[in-house]
Design a protein around this ligand. Sequence first.
Ligand code: SAM
Ligand code: SF4
Length: 386
Amino acid sequence: MSVRPALRFYVHVPYCSSRCGYCDFNTYVAGEAGRGSQGQWRPAAQTEVRMARAALPDDARQVASVFFGGGTPTLLPVSDLAAVIDAIDSQFGLAADAEVTVEANPENVTPGLLDDLLAAGVTRLSLGMQSADPGVLATLDRKHGALSAVKAARLAQLAGFGQVSLDVIYGTPGETSESWRRTLEAVIDTGVTHVSAYALKVEVGTALARRIQRGEVAPTDDDQAAACYEAADAILTGAGLPWYEVSNWAVEGHECRHNLGYWSGDDWWGVGPGAHSHLAGTRFWNLRHPTRWAQALATGEDPVDGRETLTADQLQMERVMLQIRLAAGFDPAELIQGDATAITSSLAARGLIEPWGPRWRLTRRGRLLADGVTLELLDSRIDHGP
Ligand SMILES: C[S@@+](CC[C@H](N)C(=O)[O-])C[C@H]1O[C@@H](n2cnc3c(N)ncnc32)[C@H](O)[C@@H]1O
Ligand code: SF4
């Protein structure tokens, strides 16, 4: 009998106190249209949770994890976040061991905030540190100093958070190998048990992309970014945080269960403006603008803006793309549902995958080329498929 996937909630908070020049997430600062909707966020989010229950009347699953992302969830009063946790618990039931994550910016973290989050049932804090280099933080338009994330992580541990994660970014124009190494050392010194390290993506339409276009800052160097990834993997692994997903490292048992569920194809309901949901192969996404999303919910309308049901082929593509990123490994034949002998030998011969128990997984070099490996696996299915 196949086990039903877990049910999870992602909750989007679309507000920031200022916009970082590299970020194109669906988020609004004071003065931008939509920020006025901040007072409407809580009732709208509660209504959306009730709507989710009405859409899943016979679903007996308790909720395995909740992830408040943004934007900056901690710009809202903690009572707003608590009200949504309560709504999820009363409508669906939160599993006794549910993981409840809140993303926070270091400059907002105070002992009082941390106590309130713990009292609301939050179990995991994810802090956006980005770098310990003041020059890199300035290029990224971050509003916190180099040490405030370190301080925030320590405060969170002292307050009693057993799960604290730091997000860092590599490949920022002007960053050197030495400054990236110092960032990693600062991360490790905090004793956090989870780290996400992302390559800076220069998103079209952002202030950073315009500055690069005007020649004010140099574009990111791909070789330098690859070297940063390799350094991160070596240093974090050496410190007792092995990789568990291409961009994520954790002490064993401290992996983010919410994100693991996402990569493994679990079901999740996305609450909030622009939030995406995935239920049994159907995807839908909400109206992107916070005011339009809140108004739809206030007037009893569906806040969903679009919907698609994935074909068997799309589902398989998605499975390959997500599963090869996991350190748990994969069975190439199962992934492409066919004879994978030739492609497995070819990828292994080029040092992109390695045996992992009875399965295979990406090597460090393979992780740098994960998208290419995905395409090769999918192409081999087309070349040699039934
Ligand atoms: C969207 S933020 C939300 C949390 C919080 N506001 C923060 O800044 O940490 C989540 C993570 O995405 C990262 N991020 C946003 N834009 C990015 C980009 N263009 N390239 C790489 N990482 C990015 C952020 O730096 C942050 O660590
Ligand atoms: S990176 Fe975080 S703080 Fe900066 S604009 Fe994006 S969501 Fe807001």
